[in-house]
Design a binder for this molecule. Sequence first.
Ligand SMILES: [Zn+2]
Length: 99
Amino acid sequence: MPVPLPTATTRWRCTLCGNLTRFDVTRSSRVVEYVHLDLAGEPAVEETEVLAETLESVRCRWCNAVDRIELVDRPGAGAAAEGANGSAESATGSGSASG
Ligand SMILES: [Zn+2]
């Protein structure tokens, strides 16, 4: 059974124990790394370009079930405002000013 990929509105759920948040993901990827060496010869990867990526298996951290994953809707499905790092907090004035 292939592992379904989560989308912007769905997420993984372990079908055995209901885990939603913790998985060991085995992934094989083919990447190009920009390796920048300093004068002492110490390398540092400064850029990584992913050429191909394959999801091989997903194991549940809670019950160790492998590839027993289904897709369920995310709790806030519909509000497609992901990626932008703007935290919009509604400031409702419900504070009591005691003096
Ligand atoms: Zn599980």
